[in-house]
Design a protein around this ligand. Structure first.
Ligand code: TPU
Ligand code: MG
Length: 559
């Protein structure tokens, strides 16, 4: 016998979830009881609903999908920022909210946790703007259909979905789940469109000598990472990735030619893209940040854009094609065109590897990055927060197998603490390393306590430059100074009587080396290493980025 809550639990496990993230509230308590009855689905608690949403977002990065369960309104509205972030980042996070008793609809009853008006549809309406499907369940009979509809949409579109369940319906009996294939099976590409798009692309490539691939962040959402490698190897050309897609093409692959990001590209990457006579942009997102204030946006007849469901370039626009199938079919038919791979090694000026600082030398940004680099193994995932951590993270050289997570489209500071937590819950076998600025950390710091609770051996590099340095480089003012905290000391606060987290503050290169050793030895909880550096000790890339973004923001209105 199923009820609405146990039906939902069954479906969540069938789509591959082993956990769901939760903050309790009276409108979702019966639902939580029902979710608990499923032995395959563990409940993971969060300190607040924003963090709950981001924890689920991080989990979806590790496992492909996730669920966050919150209470009505006071919880749901906090979670919406994170759900919108999942929309921007193409991650199917299922937001599940408790909701008022179905009998209180269409009555004159006013309810707590609401706007003190009679229409309580506002959370559903808000959710519709940041999800691909939003449903309100007030009847157990309709629940299976509505739940399946929302899950199917989220998994197909790689976007979040919203399900609200009236508190008196969560435990009501309903139909049992039908075959899961109804939710997860994918329709194949339109055969004619696939064939035509590949043929036109082969023709497009025919008279080109110097194609290059540019990989964007929507490649992962399309499930096409392997197929991009197939195409790269068939063409034999250079492959660049965008910062938001770092690690989506293996950095140890012989054809990897670095990160393309306009003037702050890695050595040779901008030049090879500029030199190319065909740029195949695969799953790319060109926004003001990724184009460095619109100064580096590939466009023109030599640019081909391929994304999930759409392939377009000069005079062509094909729909109904899965990116995966397009890349793989193109790989079978594409001509070998490896000129960019011959040219790239000439363009890349080898940068000398950073030299280790003396142990008693005052800590610098460069030394922090150098020591993080030495920690990277095939099982490492680096999570880089907005701020100079973006640029420091992007500059790391990833060994084969290492992963990189960044939230470049949504760019909400504070994302990384709960997202790191969620990622570590979803991928306990990986060495999870977070790079977080002091300003960002202050938004969501309390979620470190959940890492302690679940004994997750995450390593956090907290870069304390005493301010919002990324903002300083875009536009400075008193609002970029922040209250200093004893960040390392916080860990003891969170440990309370039973935690095993470790907090260490370091000021020299030698202290950082010792702290990293201690972190690797601490398997019973997270280690936060507070790295104190000078306020203006930032990457050259951040300075260039800041100047370009400021110029783009300052464009006067057009008449
Ligand atoms: O390395 P650093 O100092 O640049 O990083 P930190 O200390 O984390 O400072 C980040 C500063 C920052 C702000 C205030 N970056 N972006 N913002 C604007 C912003 C405000 N609120 C949210 C939720 N997201 C934002 N990106
Ligand atoms: Mg800072």
């Amino acid at each position: 016998m199923y009820n609405v809550g146990s039906y939902l639990a069954a479906r969540l496990t069938q789509i591959g979830l082993k956990h769901h993230f939760v903050v309790a509230g009276d409108f979702n308590l019966v639902l939580l009881d029902q979710l608990l009855t499923n032995g395959g689905l563990e409940q993971v608690y969060c300190c607040n609903e924003l963090n709950c949403g981001y924890a689920a977002e991080g989990y979806a990065r590790a496992r492909g999908a996730a669920a966050a369960v919150v209470t009505f309104s006071v919880g749901g509205l906090s979670a919406i920022n994170a759900i919108a972030g999942a929309y921007a980042e193409n991650l199917p996070v299922i937001m599940i909210s408790g909701a008022p008793n179905s009998n209180d609809r269409a009555t004159d009853h006013l309810l707590h946790h609401t706007l003190a008006t009679h229409d309580n549809s506002y959370q559903l309406e808000m959710a519709k703007r940041v999800t691909c499907a939003a449903v309100s369940i007030t009847s157990a009979a309709d629940a299976p259909h509505l739940i399946d509809f929302a899950l199917r949409a989220a998994l197909r579109e790689k976007k979040p979905a919203y399900i609200e369940i009236a508190c008196n319906i969560a435990g009501a009996p309903c139909a049992s789940p039908g075959p899961i294939s109804a939710i997860i099976a994918e329709e194949p590409s339109d055969a004619a469109s696939l064939e035509a798009s590949v043929a036109a692309t082969v023709e497009f490539l025919q008279d080109k000598q110097k194609p290059v691939l540019l990989i964007g962040s929507k490649l992962r959402a399309a499930g096409a990472e392997r197929e991009a490698i197939e195409l790269a190897e068939a063409l034999g050309c250079a492959v660049t990735t965008m910062a938001a897609a770092k690690s989506f093409f293996p950095e140890n692959h012989p054809q990897f030619a670095g990160i393309y990001w306009g003037d702050i590209s890695s050595p040779g990457a901008r030049e090879i893209v500029d030199w190319a006579d065909a740029i195949l942009c695969i799953g790319a997102i060109f926004n003001d940040y990724s184009t460095l204030g619109w100064t580096a946006m590939p466009s023109g007849p030599h640019v081909l854009t391929a994304e999930e469901g759409r392939i377009h370039f000069g005079g062509h626009d094909f729909g109904g094609v899965h990116l995966r199938e397009f890349l793989s079919q193109l790989a079978r038919e594409a001509p070998k065109k490896d000129a960019t791979m011959v040219q790239f090694p000439r363009l890349r000026s080898e940068h000398a590897p950073a030299v280790a600082a003396a142990p008693d030398a005052k800590l610098t940004r460069l030394e922090v990055v150098r020591q993080i680099q030495s920690l990277l193994t095939a099982d490492a995932t680096v999570i880089a927060e907005t701020g100079d951590s973006w640029f420091n993270g992007v500059s790391l050289k990833l060994p084969g197998g290492a992963r990189f997570e960044i939230e470049m489209q949504w760019g909400s500071i504070g994302w990384s603490v709960p997202a790191t937590f969620g990622y570590a819950v979803g991928a306990p076998e990986r060495r999870v390393i977070a790079m977080i600025g002091d300003g960002s950390f202050q938004l969501t710091a309390q979620e470190v306590s959940q890492m302690i609770r679940r004994k997750l051996p995450v390593i956090i590099f907290l870069i304390n430059n005493r301010g919002y340095t990324i903002e300083v480089e875009i536009h400075d003012g008193p609002y970029n100074d922040i209250k200093n905290w004893d960040y390392a000391g916080l860990i003891n606060v969170f440990n309370a009587e039973d935690g095993r987290g470790l907090g260490v503050r370091v000021a020299t290169a030698g202290e950082l080396t010792e702290a990293i050793k201690a972190a690797l030895a601490n398997r019973e909880g997270p280690t936060l290493i507070e790295c104190g550096i000078e306020r203006d000790d930032c990457s050259a890339d951040l300075i260039t980025f800041g100047r370009r973004v400021a110029a783009a923001n300052a464009r006067p209105p057009r008449n």
